[in-house]
Design a protein around this ligand. Structure first.
Ligand SMILES: NCc1[nH]cc(CCC(=O)O)c1CC(=O)O
Ligand SMILES: [Zn+2]
Ligand SMILES: [Zn+2]
Length: 385
């Protein structure tokens, strides 16, 4: 059957089952790589167009009126960016008075524990609701094969949690949980002799560290290590310790390997000393693998699913929303994405603010309702105007 006769056939059927093919009533199946459903959806739109031309003449071709006014344009988006959707990444070092600009991450600093509160005060006043903390141990001899310093009670993260809880009672504190900042080899877990991750030892360690952060007062722990089974292990340990009811577990469920974490690794000093992370972070083309990881982490007790990076992985964000319909989806607009936007704006390719909004709106449109972004301080100003 030719395309046009199929369309005709469908539009005749349209007469019998009118509701099936009205605009907006197309079945919202979005099964991965389901070509048949894509084709039949295209057909049903084509048939709608064919019928409406004969019935309604030119009326349906007029769209501009629907978004002429700025307010009407804002109504076209399912979700508008608000301050409460934003989580701001913060690097806390073990030098108490540290205030070091990170060259590859424009405008971002490593803060010492003494500088944290003065830096955040104006941001909290402007409406900052949430931060995600990363510890950066700089003192010589702090790193070892087991990442012992990760949950050091005197270390920058646990100290940071305590200070922020005390000074900003309304601030929601998320803590990234990983070992790469604390291990001598820079990998995200404990290694076997052959240099691969020892999954069991790593998961045990990651869940101990998560519990330590939660006990120090973190509202949310976010394991980014990518070891298999960590979500279940953390959830069980939080239950065992009696803090599961007040600790949100956000999984970096779909975290892809690639070259977009470079500036972060500069900032955190967490680049691996040998090899790469390709055997635990997902391959960029691995959509099916990401879907399996998302389903798995939901099954293991994740409260929020995160996708990372964001702009190159909008299909994965949309998959996460589909697979985890009942969970909030977070997206991490990572260091390399942020640095790219800055570099292009500096080169005169586009206006920084316009692109920051465009990329963030894309992330929300794909299905996220939480965005981890280095642009957060700027958004707090921009969203007021
Ligand atoms: N595992 C730690 C971690 N947690 C978040 C990021 C990247 C965040 C960013 O690039 O902004 C990384 C780096 C990595 O996995 O190498
Ligand atoms: Zn790591
Ligand atoms: Zn990691």
């Amino acid at each position: 059957m030719s395309f046009s006769s199929l369309v005709q056939d469908l539009s005749m059927r349209d007469g019998n089952t009118p509701r099936r093919t009205r605009p907006g009533m197309a079945p919202s199946v979005s099964t991965f790589d389901d070509r048949a459903s894509h084709i039949s959806r295209a057909m049903s739109y084509a048939s709608t167009a064919a019928t409406s031309v004969s019935i309604a003449g030119d009326i349906s071709s007029q769209l501009h009126g629907g978004y002429h006014h700025p307010l009407a344009r804002s109504w076209q988006a399912e979700r508008q960016l608000t301050k409460s959707m934003l989580i701001y990444p913060l690097f806390i070092s073990d030098i108490d008075d540290d205030e070091t600009l990170i060259p590859s991450l424009p405008g971002q600093y490593r803060w010492g524990i003494n500088k944290l509160v003065p830096f955040l005060e104006p941001l909290v006043r402007k409406g900052l609701r949430s931060v995600i903390l990363f510890g950066v141990p700089l003192a010589a001899g702090t790193k070892d094969a087991l990442g012992t310093a990760a949950d050091d009670p005197k270390g920058p993260v646990i100290q940071g949690i305590r200070v922020l809880r005390q000074r900003f009672p309304q601030l929601f504190i998320t803590v990234d949980v990983c070992l790469c900042e604390y291990t001598s080899h820079g990998h995200c877990g404990i290694l076997r002799d052959d240099g691969t991750l020892n999954n069991q030892l790593s998961v045990d360690r990651i869940s101990d560290v998560s519990v330590a952060y939660a006990q120090a007062g973190a509202h949310c722990v976010a394991p980014s290590d990518m070891n298999d089974g960590r979500i279940r292990a953390i959830k069980l340990k939080l239950i065992e310790e009696g803090i599961a009811h007040k600790t949100l577990l956000m999984s970096y469920a779909a975290k892809f390997s690639g070259c977009l974490y470079g500036p972060f690794r500069d900032a955190a000093g967490s680049a691996p000393s040998f090899g790469d992370r390709k055997c635990y972070q997902l391959p960029p083309g691995g959509r099916g693998l990401a879907r399996r990881a998302i389903v798995r982490d939901i099954g293991e007790g994740a409260d929020i699913i995160m996708v990372k990076p964001a702009s190159q992985y909008l299909d994965i964000i949309s998959d996460a929303k589909e697979l985890g319909r009942d969970l909030p989806v977070a997206a991490y607009h990572v260091s390399g994405e942020y640095a790219m936007v800055h570099a292009a704006a500096k080169a005169g390719v586009f206006d920084l603010k316009t692109m920051a909004f465009e990329v963030t709106e894309g992330i929300l449109r794909a299905g996220a309702s939480i965005v981890i972004s280095y642009f957060t301080p700027e958004f707090l100003d921009w969203l007021d105007n």
